[in-house]
Design a binder for this molecule. Structure first.
Ligand code: XCC
Length: 655
């Protein structure tokens, strides 16, 4: 097997990994090979929170947790291995929750500016969702205009970040039993910023030194992400840009065009990219492109910005996290414009091997070697046009060393939880009833959320695709976001035809009746909040228990790498979902902390963590959990709902 084939299952990526080697471009695949992970840090046993350390407290040889061994496993301040592992773990949650939530804050700020008429070019696109949110948040509707209502909503949304007391408003959306559990366990989040700050305080030297108490704050902060910052981002983006509905898209590096200006939008924030999509359709821009010898302007997405723009406009996806460098290696990208999160610092270096311009746009995310064109939301179209123009003007600089892989796949995306409602129940009677019925009758065994990143420590896309195929083969309907969704789409799992090809008989029959793929794309990483809402809708529909933890559902991030993934996993666990991660697990340095997260959490939250790098084994952990829940609900034996006709009724009466 050629070396590149050991690094990815995706042919387009394999070709570009080879080309990068020929071109002398050093990628994450090369760097991962050259640098082994630190064995002490990877299991959470290194503390660098003060100047006395860093202190390293690896497990003693043979891993015996003897009293003597334990005594030796302390930092200079006396912190135990348990405290150190828990501190590291919840600081990851703080980082992840901060990233999602600061994104949410940016959306809320723009939302308020739009409501006040201070952000020309943007408008409220989904009035129905605006009014629904007004009802949820007790904002008066009456005879007021959308603008007036939106100003109140924008102010309330922004206040959620700095809230000092009480509870986040979106917690009310959760099943009542879950809300009570959060209050009982003391993890109902107050303000989003407050919970993140409290983690930073408690993990400072000499503050909270009880690992269970530290982990509790981790749960509270993660819930502030899922039911707070992320949900605010998703909801307000939907109101501003439209709630996604099924849309046909294409994915993989083959979406780049040899005769057009290729502009890739990369990162997480749709505020600017929404405008870039519009700017690229401007007749003057297209004329300018033609004057430079190009046939047109081709916009393609990367990472979660891509998911956002795909879900609402069908803009093609160039690829997921580990393809960001490989896209440049094609030699056909005029500009890559980046906003926030998951952007590799190596991009400007790789771009030097070709003609690509890397453009940063956020004052929060600059990269040496990139051009900075700051995005001004009050003048968004100007920023967008400046970026598109920069890409066009770079077209004549394209070199001869161009190779665009032909690989691309079709997919259907755009499954917001509202859309699932309409698809299943019909436009006039939107309802989750058919989904619940098919779970109860066993055609659908359960639901799995498979999400998260790529990680060059494992074979690119392989773990996602292998796990998802195993799940759908066993009649588990898969809900997806993030880079995982793109892995499945590239493998052809997101078309309705995939049901007959890959899904078990029961799941395939439901997908074919409704006309949906067995793997549903719900959007970007902040859109994991859509999965929370879908799970809540299933609970509220009835017949499957009265809390998310009663449902036959499970979650996974099999190729995770970012702190955001840990925060997402933790809010799923805190919401009652069994969640399994692959690659590595950051608390393995402490058996006690790991056992607490993997076992004791179940009694507290109804959801718990697991670690299993093998995708087939991980899928079966999820299926076993789903079966356990089916048994508890008394639906473990396949049962068809029988509609009685008159003959059957008479027979019944005669008995
Ligand atoms: Fe980043 Fe969202 Fe992970 Fe992909 S999945 S590598 S976090 S882009 Ni969010």
């Amino acid at each position: 097997m050629a070396e590149a084939e050991t690094k990815s299952i995706d042919n387009a990526s394999i070709k570009m990994i080879d080309k990068a080697a020929t071109d002398g471009a050093n990628t994450a695949f090369d760097r991962a090979e050259a640098m082994r992970p630190c064995p002490i840090g990877v299991v959470g046993s290194c503390c660098k929170h003060c100047g006395m350390g860093p202190c390293r407290v690896p497990l003693p040889k043979g891993k015996e947790e003897t009293p003597e061994g334990k005594q030796k496993r302390r930092g200079i301040c006396g912190a135990t291995a348990e405290t150190i592992a828990a501190r590291n773990f919840i600081r990851m949650i703080a980082g992840g929750a901060a990233a999602h939530s600061d994104h949410g804050r940016g959306v809320a700020e723009l939302f308020l500016a739009v409501a006040k008429g201070e952000a020309p070019g943007y408008e409220i696109k989904d009035e129905q969702k605006l009014l629904q949110l007004a009802l949820d948040w007790d904002v008066e509707i009456g005879e007021r205009s959308n603008q007036e209502i939106a100003i109140d909503i924008g102010e309330k949304a922004l206040a959620e970040f700095g809230r000092q007391e009480g509870e986040l408003l979106f917690l009310r959306r959760a099943p009542l039993k879950r809300q009570e559990l959060w209050r009982r366990e003391g993890v109902a989040p107050r303000g989003i910023d407050r919970e993140v700050v409290e983690i930073m305080h408690r993990t400072h030297i000499g503050v909270d030194q009880d690992y269970q108490n530290l982990l509790k704050q981790g749960v509270r902060t993660a819930l502030a992400d899922g039911w707070g910052g992320s949900m605010i981002a998703t909801e307000l983006q939907d109101i501003l840009f439209g709630t996604p509905a099924p849309v046909l898209g294409r994915v993989n590096l083959g979406v780049l065009k040899s005769d057009e200006v290729n502009l890739i939008i990369h990162g997480h924030d749709p505020l600017l990219s929404e405008m870039i999509v519009v700017a690229a359709q401007d007749v003057k821009m297209i004329e300018l492109a033609k004057s430079k010898g190009a046939g047109g302007i081709n916009i393609a997405g990367m990472c979660c910005t891509a998911n956002e723009i795909l879900m609402r406009h069908g803009v093609p996806l160039a690829g997921n996290f580990l393809q960001q460098e490989l896209a440049l290696v094609t030699g056909a990208v005029e500009a890559m414009v980046v906003d926030i999160q998951c952007i590799m610092q190596s991009l400007p270096d790789i771009a030097q091997c070709y003609h690509t311009k890397i453009i940063t746009t956020s004052p929060k995310a600059k990269i040496p070697g990139a051009i900075h064109i700051e995005f001004d939301e009050h003048n968004a179209m100007e920023s967008a046009k400046a970026i598109v123009r920069t890409a066009i003007e770079n077209f004549p600089n394209r070199g001869k060393n161009i190779d665009i892989p032909e690989e691309q796949a079709d997919l259907v995306a755009g499954f917001s939880h509202e859309t699932i409602n309409y698809l299943l129940g019909g436009i006039y009677r939107a309802s989750y009833r058919p989904l619940n019925d098919n779970i109860i009758n066993g055609r659908i065994r359960g639901l799995a959320g498979v999400v998260g990143c790529n990680n060059p420590r494992v074979k690119h896309d392989d773990i996602h695709v292998t796990m998802i195929k195993e799940l759908i083969k066993n009649d588990v309907l898969v809900l997806q976001t993030g880079c995982s969704a793109m892995a499945a789409a590239k493998a052809g799992l997101m078309t309705p035809e995939a049901a007959a090809k890959y899904a078990g008989e029961g799941l395939a029959s439901v997908c074919e009746t409704v006309g949906i793929p067995p793997v549903l794309h719900l959007g970007s990483c902040v859109d994991n909040s859509r999965i929370l809402m879908a799970a809540t809708a299933v609970v509220k529909e009835g017949g499957l228990g009265d809390d998310i933890s009663d449902l036959p559902v499970a979650g996974a991030a099999p190729e995770w790498m970012s702190e955001k993934a840990i925060s997402i996993g933790q809010y799923f666990v805190g919401s009652g979902v069994f969640t399994v991660f692959g690659v590595n697990w950051p608390t393995l340095g402490s058996d006690e902390v790991t056992k607490f997260l993997f076992k004791d959490f179940e009694a507290m939250y109804g959801g718990m963590w697991a670690f299993e790098p093998d995708p087939i084994k991980a899928a079966h952990l999820m299926i076993d959990h789903i079966d356990k829940k089916r048994k508890a609900l008394g639906i473990d034996k396949a049962r068809e709902r029988v509609l009685f006709d008159m003959v059957m009724r008479r027979e019944l009466e005669a008995v």
